[in-house]
Design a protein around this ligand. Structure first.
Ligand code: CP
Length: 308
C-alpha cells in the first residue's frame, strides 16, 4: 500500500512502495501486450496532464495509462491555458479540484512546483519532472526495465553518463537504485556534476572506462541544451567523443550489458546511432515499460484514495 496520495519523488518513497509499483507493472505489461486491452479499474476517475514544458513520452504514456484503465483524461498545455492570462499554479490546481479531478500529472520548470501543488489540492499529484529536481516515474520505468532484464536490482552495476547537473532522471535513479543496493557510478564533465553529488551514495568515476567497467547497465543522459547557459563543454563533437556511449566504450561493460536512455536522444551526441539501434539498446522497451509502470502507479494511487 502506498503511504501518500502523491508521487513527488523517489527520495521520499520506501523500497516496499517502489517494489509494489514495479510488481504491479509486471501485471500491467501483460495486459498491455494482450489482445483484450479494456479495463474499468479507473472507471469514473479523471486524470489531467498539466505540462508547462514539452513532453512526448511522459505525457502520452500517462494519457494512455489512464485511458487503458478506463479513466477520463484531459491534457492542459501551459501555452494554451489560462496560465497565459496570468493564472497562478495554486489557482489552476484549485480550479481542477473544483472539477473533481482525481489525478494531476504535472511537469514544471521549477523544482518543487509539484510539491507546492500537492499541498493545495485534494487530487493526487504526480511529478512528471520538475526543474532540475526529480522525474520519479522515469526512474521507476528504468528500474523496471533493469529488473525485468536481470531479475533483480540488488548488486547491479549501473553507469550513468552525461549531463548530471541538469538531469532529474539521474537524481531519481540515484535515490531509487540506492534503496535496492545497486552500485551507481557516474561520469560527466566536471562542470556537469552537481556539488556534493557523491553524498547521494553514487561513485563519481575518474574516466568513462572506469564508470562502464563491468557495468550491467549503461545509461546515457540527454544534453539539456534548453537548460544550459552555455560554456559547460567545448562542443557537441567533443562531448560525444569524451562522454558519449559508443561501441568502443561498451567493450568495457559486462557481456550482457544493456543500454538505457530516457529520451529524447540527441543522436550521435549522448549515444552513437549504432548503439541506439543496436542489440544492447532497450530504449524502446523503456517506452513500453513506461506505460505499464504508470498504469500500476495510477491503480495504486486510486486504491490509496479509496481509503482517504
Ligand atoms: N523521458 C522523458 O521524460 O521524455 P519526454 O520529455 O518525452 O516526456
Amino acid at each position: 500500500m502506498l503511504k501518500n496520495k502523491d508521487l513527488l519523488g523517489l527520495r521520499g518513497c520506501t523500497a516496499e512502495e517502489i517494489t509494489e509499483i514495479l510488481d504491479g507493472a509486471v501485471q500491467m505489461k501483460k495486459f498491455l501486450n494482450g489482445r483484450d486491452r479494456k479495463s474499468d479499474i479507473l472507471a469514473g476517475k479523471s486524470l489531467v496532464t498539466l505540462f508547462y514544458e514539452n513532453s512526448t513520452r511522459t505525457r502520452c504514456s500517462f494519457e494512455l495509462a489512464g485511458k487503458l484503465l478506463g479513466a477520463s483524461e484531459v491534457n492542459i498545455s501551459a501555452a494554451a491555458s489560462s496560465v497565459q492570462k496570468g493564472e497562478t499554479l495554486m489557482d489552476t490546481g484549485e480550479t481542477l479540484d473544483a472539477m473533481k479531478v482525481d489525478f494531476i500529472v504535472i511537469r514544471h520548470p521549477m523544482a518543487g512546483a509539484p510539491k507546492f501543488l500537492a499541498e493545495h489540492v485534494k487530487a493526487s499529484v504526480i511529478n512528471g519532472g520538475d526543474g532540475m529536481h526529480e522525474h520519479p516515474t522515469q526512474a521507476l520505468l528504468d528500474m523496471f526495465t533493469m529488473r525485468e532484464r536481470f531479475g533483480k536490482l540488488s548488486g547491479l552495476k549501473v553507469a550513468i553518463l552525461g549531463d548530471l547537473k541538469h538531469s532529474r532522471v539521474a537524481l531519481s535513479n540515484a535515490f531509487g537504485l540506492n534503496k535496492f543496493g545497486a552500485e551507481v557510478r557516474v561520469y560527466a564533465p566536471k562542470t556537469m556534476i552537481p556539488k556534493d553529488f557523491e553524498k547521494l551514495g553514487v561513485k563519481i568515476a575518474k574516466s568513462r572506462e572506469e564508470a562502464v567497467d563491468g557495468a550491467n547497465a549503461v545509461m546515457g543522459l540527454r544534453i539539456q541544451l534548453e537548460r544550459q547557459k552555455g560554456g559547460l563543454f567545448p562542443s557537441l563533437s567533443e562531448y560525444s567523443g569524451f562522454y558519449g556511449v559508443n561501441d568502443a566504450i561498451l567493450k568495457y561493460a559486462a557481456k550482457d550489458a544493456v543500454v538505457l536512455h530516457p529520451g529524447p536522444v540527441n543522436r550521435g551526441v549522448e549515444l552513437s546511432p549504432q548503439v541506439i539501434d543496436g542489440d544492447k539498446s532497450l530504449i524502446l522497451e523503456q517506452v513500453t515499460n513506461g506505460v505499464a509502470v504508470r498504469m500500476s502507479l495510477l491503480k495504486l494511487l486510486a486504491q490509496f484514495r479509496e481509503n482517504m
